[in-house]
Design a protein around this ligand. Structure first.
Ligand code: G3P
Length: 219
């Protein structure tokens, strides 16, 4: 499973990419607002750090506007891919951008039927939002399971990107289901490396090492 970072903060992207080579980055208007930066400048910098796909999200509500924004974003770097929302206009834009050779990530997907339509519209990536489904009492990962089954049934090439990830269990479940990509906030990325037994194990080894050295000095 590919690991993307879900952020527009280039410090976080550099930090994560130093630890494991990131497979890509997803951004959206909320994340760019948090980073407090010009969107195009941030995208340019992100694309200079990460070789894999970097998602840039359109804000127009009509297909023509999305296509226009998508074409402009695609000129920033070769690895930019365009996020459009799962709407009728979004799917028109998805087809048009795909026909122009620009890859599309269909975002804000909350049902398996939406994911089916995204694949039929030629999406390169589909983004089910698991955390937001959990928030309203549904089981986000069940949606990922359904999409995986449908895409396998019909051999759709659209990649499943699990978005709105809130904790390491979401990452684990995504990998067990066989999702193609998980996009993680930096906090969840950091959590994945941690285990109390790893910390306890290091502490114990260091204590034993010190004890051995004290014993050897006394001899
Ligand atoms: O990739 C989409 C993601 O940014 C949404 O996450 O936590 O705002 O639901 P969240």
């Amino acid at each position: 499973m590919k690991i993307f970072l879900d952020t527009a903060d280039t410090k976080e992207i550099k930090a994560a990419d130093d630890i494991i080579q990131l497979d890509g980055v997803t951004t959206n208007p909320t994340l760019i607002m948090k980073a407090g930066r010009d969107y195009n400048e941030a995208l340019k910098e992100i694309c200079s750090i990460v070789k894999g796909p970097v998602s840039a999200e359109t804000v127009s509500l009509d297909a023509d506007g999305m296509v226009k924004e998508g074409i402009a974003f695609s000129k920033i770097a070769k690895n930019i891919i365009i996020k459009v929302p799962m709407t009728i206009e979004g799917m028109k834009a998805c087809q048009k951008l795909t026909q122009k050779g620009i890859k599309v990530n269909v975002t804000l997907v909350f049902s398996a039927n939406q994911a089916l339509l995204a694949a039929k519209s030629g999406a390169f990536i589909v983004s089910p939002f698991v955390g937001r489904l959990d928030d309203i009492g549904e089981i986000g990962m069940d949606l990922v399971r359904e999409i995986k089954q449908i895409y396998d049934n019909y051999k759709f090439k659209t990649q499943i990107l699990v978005a709105s990830i809130r904790n390491p269990i979401h990452v684990l479940e995504a990998a067990k289901i066989g999702a193609d990509i998980a996009t993680l906030p930096y906090s969840v990325f950091e959590q994945l490396f941690k285990h109390t037994l790893t910390d306890a194990g290091i502490k114990r080894f260091l204590e034993d090492w010190d004890a051995l050295n004290k014993t050897l000095k006394k001899k």
